[in-house]
Write a protein of this length. Structure first.
Length: 339
C-alpha cells in the first residue's frame, strides 16, 4: 500500500538448540518412505543412502548469531513459520485444486514459507559470500586506482601497502566481521515484504504424470530467470520464476511477477491456476531442481545428472534467446551511454 512502512520483523531469540535444520522436516516428510528418506550426494560421486528425515539438512548452530555473550538464533521463529505452514501444505498436497480457494491468511503463510526457504539455506549463504567477494574485489580495485591517480607513485605505494591487507569488514565499513547467520537473520527479518511479491505473482499447481516423479534438494525453491527480459533487469527477486516440489507428485510454480505500466498499481494477488503438468514440464522442473541443489537431493524419483541439467538448461535458454532475437526483434544489448 502507498505510504506503508515495511518494518524489520524481530526473529532472534535465545536458544539452546544445537541441531538446527536448514530444510524443515515437515517439508521433507512427503518425500520419505516408511520414515526413511533417500539422499543422493552430488559431490560424492552420486553416492546414495537412506536415513531418517531428522538426520538430513541439519547443522550444529547453523542459525546462531553471537552478540557479545549472548547466543541468539532464528530457530524458534522458523519453527513457528513451519508450524503454521503444515496444514496449508497438507491441503495442497491432498487436493491441489484447493489453491483456488485459499484464504488470504493461507496465501500469506505459503508466501512467507517460500520466501524463508530462499534465505535460510547454505546455498543462500554461499551465494552471499560470492557476491560479497565480488563487491570487495571491485572496491579494492577502485580504491587502488583512485589512490594511484591522486597521489605520486611513492605516496600511493606507501598508502596501498598500509591498507591492501586490511580485513574484509574494514573495506565494507563494518566494525567487525559479519557472521553468515547474521545475514540470513537480516533477510528473514524482511520476509513479509518479499512474501508480498510472491503473493502478487501468478501461481500454478498440478500433479506430475504417473510416468515421472519429483524430488527435492537442499535448496528446495529452485529459481529460473528468463534470458529474454528488459536489458536493465539483472535478476531481482520478483524477476524469477520459482519451482517447488511439494511432494513426489505435486509441483507448485510461482511464475514471474507481471510488469505494471506507469501509474498502474500491482494487484496484490496474482492469478491462481490448477493444471496438471505434462511429462516435459516435470522433466524441466527436475532439471532446475538438480541444477540449483547445493549438494544433496532427496526423494525416490530417478534423478537428473547435474552436468546434464546445467547443459540442457543452458541450451534451452540459448535457443529461446536466438529465437527471440531472430523472429521477435528482441535486442539483448543495453542502449549506448550518451556522450
Amino acid at each position: 500500500m502507498d505510504g506503508e512502512i515495511i518494518r524489520l520483523e524481530p526473529n532472534l531469540s535465545k536458544t539452546e538448540v544445537k541441531r538446527q535444520h536448514y530444510i524443515p522436516q515437515m517439508y521433507l516428510r512427503p518425500f520419505a518412505v516408511d520414515g526413511k528418506i533417500r539422499v543422493v550426494d552430488l559431490d560424492g560421486g552420486k553416492r546414495e543412502y537412506k536415513t531418517s528425515v531428522g538426520n538430513v539438512a541439519v547443522e550444529s548452530h547453523f542459525y546462531n548469531v553471537n552478540v557479545e555473550d549472548l547466543r541468539l538464533s532464528t530457530e524458534d521463529w522458523l519453527a513457528e513459520l513451519e508450524c503454521a505452514a503444515v496444514p496449508v501444505f497438507n491441503k495442497l498436497i491432498e487436493n491441489p485444486e484447493s489453491i483456488l480457494s485459499l484464504s488470504l491468511e493461507e496465501e500469506l503463510i505459503i508466501s512467507r514459507f517460500i520466501t524463508a526457504l530462499r534465505f535460510r539455506t547454505p546455498a543462500f549463504q554461499d551465494w552471499n559470500k560470492r557476491l560479497t567477494t565480488s563487491i570487495l574485489t571491485q572496491i579494492r580495485n577502485m580504491a587502488k586506482d583512485q589512490i594511484f591517480h591522486m597521489k605520486s607513485r611513492k605516496e600511493a605505494n606507501a598508502i596501498w601497502e598500509e591498507i591492501k591487507n586490511k580485513p574484509d569488514h574494514w573495506w565494507m565499513n563494518e566494525e567487525k566481521p559479519v557472521q553468515p547467520s547474521e545475514t540470513t537473520a537480516y533477510m528473514l527479518s524482511q520476509v513479509h515484504g518479499f512474501a508480498n511479491l510472491i503473493r502478487a505473482a501468478p501461481w500454478r499447481i498440478g500433479c506430475a504424470p504417473d510416468s515421472i516423479g519429483l524430488y527435492t534438494s537442499d535448496n528446495p525453491v529452485a529459481s529460473y530467470l528468463s534470458p529474454i527480459r528488459p536489458w536493465w533487469e539483472g535478476g531481482a527477486f520478483a524477476s524469477h520464476s520459482y519451482y517447488m516440489a511439494l511432494s513426489p507428485t505435486v509441483l507448485l510454480v510461482v511464475e514471474r511477477r507481471p510488469d505494471t505500466k506507469e501509474g498502474e498499481k500491482l494487484n496484490p494477488q496474482g492469478t491462481r491456476r490448477h493444471n496438471d503438468f505434462s511429462e516435459w514440464e516435470i522433466s524441466y522442473a527436475r532439471h532446475l531442481i538438480t541444477r540449483d541443489a547445493r549438494r544433496y537431493l532427496y526423494g525416490e524419483a530417478l534423478i537428473v545428472d547435474r552436468d546434464c541439467a546445467i547443459e540442457c538448461l543452458s541450451n534451452i535458454d540459448q535457443a529461446k534467446l536466438e529465437f527471440a532475437v531472430r523472429y521477435l526483434g528482441y535486442n539483448p544489448s543495453p542502449p549506448s551511454m550518451p556522450n
